[in-house]
Design a protein around this ligand. Structure first.
Ligand code: SF4
Ligand code: SF4
Length: 201
């Protein structure tokens, strides 16, 4: 796990599009709303297609619950399937996220800001997480506002909290992988985000 530090209202960071956090052994954990955005980007009708077509896999995360993760390609090296390499004006290779900006997973969009939620104590903590061990963006002096970032992603952060509450219920019910897929991660991708019910029965 990459270590993290506390973060203040002002933090220094600017992404250089080096793609280090989109390659190798990086793990991109997804929320239900990320599945919704990603599925819509791919013109799927149901979130299940993300799993059936191999874009996303379920991995047992913390607390023994099954959570969705982007399935990285493995050849010719490990990389996110949404990464696209391009040449900039100076002829340098840069990594572009095809999901940027509106379909990008929350964890990628918020980087380097991470969130630690305790659903029982109802606490939220924001921390500085280096997107990759060799991320050059952390050396940049560009100043950013945490409050502004949280405002920009308020809706998605609310969806994320709701998702964590569903995961708590799934944990109590000890949902197996097949049931998790069916009850938590299979839902229609219409014009309105319709996540599963509060009680995945
Ligand atoms: S490792 Fe850092 S600089 Fe490179 S793409 Fe990721 S966030 Fe941007
Ligand atoms: S979704 Fe985009 S930003 Fe996130 S790992 Fe994949 S290419 Fe990188």
């Amino acid at each position: 796990m990459i270590p993290y530090n506390s973060i203040g209202e002002r933090f220094h960071f600017s992404c250089t599009l080096c793609a280090n956090c989109c390659t190798g052994d990086q793990q991109v954990w997804l929320t239900l709303y990320d599945l919704y955005k990603m599925g819509r980007f791919l013109h799927f009708e149901n979130s299940r297609e993300l799993f059936d077509e191999g874009w996303v896999k379920l991995v047992k995360g913390e607390n023994e619950v099954w959570r969705p993760q982007i399935r990285f390609k493995t050849k010719p090296f490990k990389f996110c399937p949404f990464l696209s390499n391009e040449l900039d004006n100076a002829g340098k290779i840069i990594g572009r996220c095809q999901l940027h900006p509106e379909h990008k997973p929350l964890v990628c969009a918020m980087a380097p800001v991470g969130r630690i939620v305790d659903t029982e104590k109802r606490t939220d903590e924001y921390v500085f997480v280096k997107p990759a061990p060799d991320c050059p963006g952390v050396k940049n002096s560009k100043e950013n506002s945490l409050r502004q970032l949280l405002n920009n992603y308020k809706k998605e952060l609310d969806h994320q909290r709701h998702f964590f509450q569903l995961l708590e219920k799934a944990k109590k019910r000890k949902l197996k992988v097949k049931d998790s897929l069916q009850l938590l991660y299979t839902f229609p991708l219409g014009n309105i985000f319709e996540p599963p019910n509060d009680d995945p029965e």
